[in-house]
Design a protein around this ligand. Structure first.
Ligand code: ACO
Length: 380
């Protein structure tokens, strides 16, 4: 048998599904959710409108929007036993690991958790999970700081509710709008690694909770959703805009490290979400009077943009680069950045899970490059 050439791995270029939720046009730096350009949605839509759009492939009318908002808000309550369980977890636990644990546990409190076939039921499970993940994310930040969780309010939007449950205060419009923009931009993104993980789990006939747990574990990695926190740590390590050039030469040009928040498997032009997030980060940083981290980020991105290595490989800031600055300026702890990403992306995951339900098993092949013809010898 002749040996097949070794693969580069990564399933680059492999197409695994026909989808209607989003188009990621990597060559032109364009992102479309179900027909709508991302810039249009970021400027005008609420997260709840986007959730509806991803599930129904059309925007809601006023009545439908209020229905979906209130269903998400009213199901955002988390059972008391779950909050008790969270209080027993180590306060230093990784918040993404906590989210992964809690989503798994939430299944035990949902009568429909083992539904594997009914897409209408699955839609309502998804709305419930969207609300509950928001509550769990905010509650964990309080619990680990020794504070009591704050119950969600049924009258608020998801972004308002998140800040309310995190701080105990209803946010002003600027802050709520900034969170909403983040939530809209991160909600869905083609066949990204965590969505793929969710689809693989669903395609075995497993349930939505299991698929979301797979997705959370996948998003956690620094090559995917974990990059937002890593980017912020990197800006802090650089510490001052004056240090950017030296750091770039020592850490990046030496080939030791990657710039976190730069590069993308699909985008070979600027990630359109990065541009919108940059604009919002600029606005928020100027409003708070602290532009130090933004200045570092902009200077580093400018250096990379003018560098042959980055130009040849078409490496540009991705969604995690400026979102790190925005979320930090919104006073979120750095290790909460990736849970916030999950809080938004749950919409895209769930829409893809429902689409995948009843679909064909996803089972790629592997290229065996090991030995053949060995004979068993008992241990001596
Ligand atoms: N800094 C420096 N060099 C980089 C970077 C970077 N951030 N990203 C890629 N490269 C280089 C690689 O070293 C490689 O160079 P080579 O051809 O000389 O070997 C080349 O660009 C291609 O890189 P791959 O790792 O093959 O690209 P891949 O598509 O597999 O990886 C990834 C994409 C993981 C996003 C990568 O760009 C990266 O590690 N970026 C930093 C982490 C990050 O920001 N992740 C978030 C992605 S967006 C998201 O998931 C939300």
């Amino acid at each position: 048998m002749s040996e097949a050439p070794k693969t580069k791995g990564g399933l680059e270029g492999a197409v695994v599904a026909d989808i209607t939720t989003s188009l990621v046009d990597g060559e032109n730096g364009r992102l479309v959710y179900a027909g709508y350009e991302i810039e249009d949605l970021a400027a005008h839509a609420s997260y709840e409108e986007v959730v509806f759009l991803l599930f129904k492939t059309r925007l809601p009318n006023k009545k439908e929007l209020e229905e979906i908002r209130s269903e998400i808000a009213s199901h955002a309550v988390v059972p008391g036993r779950i909050l008790e369980m969270m209080k027993r977890l180590p306060p230093k636990a990784n918040p993404m690991a906590v989210l992964r644990t809690v989503v798994s546990a939430l299944a035990h409190y949902d009568h429909d958790s083992e539904n594997l076939t009914d897409k209408t039921k699955a839609y309502h499970t998804a709305l419930r999970l969207i609300g509950q993940i928001t509550t769990v994310t905010a509650a964990w930040d309080r619990i680990r700081k020794g504070l009591e969780p704050v119950a969600p309010r049924v009258d608020l939007t998801l972004s308002e509710n998140f800040v309310y449950m995190l701080t105990g205060k209803q946010p002003d419009k600027t802050v709520a709008d900034a969170f909403n923009v983040y939530m809209v931009l991160l909600a869905e993104h083609g066949m990204n690694a965590s969505t793929f993980a969710a689809r693989v789990t669903t395609a075995t006939g497993s349930d939505m909770y299991s698929a979301v747990v797979s997705a959370i574990g996948t998003l956690k990695g620094p090559s995917h959703g974990g990059a937002n926190a890593e980017a912020m740590h990197m800006f802090m390590e650089i510490d001052n805009p004056e240090n950017v050039e030296k750091w770039f030469t020592q850490e990046i040009k030496s080939g030791n490290r990657r710039i976190m928040g730069i590069g993308h498997r699909i985008y070979k032009a600027l990630d359109p979400r990065a541009e919108v997030l940059k604009q919002h980060a600029v606005k928020m940083c100027q409003a708070t009077g602290n532009t130090r981290w933004l200045d570092i980020a902009v200077k580093l991105a400018d250096l990379a943009r003018a560098d042959d290595y980055f130009i040849e490989r078409k490496l540009y800031p991705n969604v995690d680069y400026y979102s790190a600055i925005l979320l930090y300026t919104l006073d979120l702890d750095i290790d909460m950045f990736t849970p916030l990403f999950a809080m938004s992306r749950i919409a895209g995951w769930a829409a893809n899970i429902i689409d995948q339900m009843g679909g064909r098993l996803i089972r790629p092949d592997a290229n065996y490059v090991g030995p053949l013809g060995l004979k068993y010898n008992a241990p001596q």
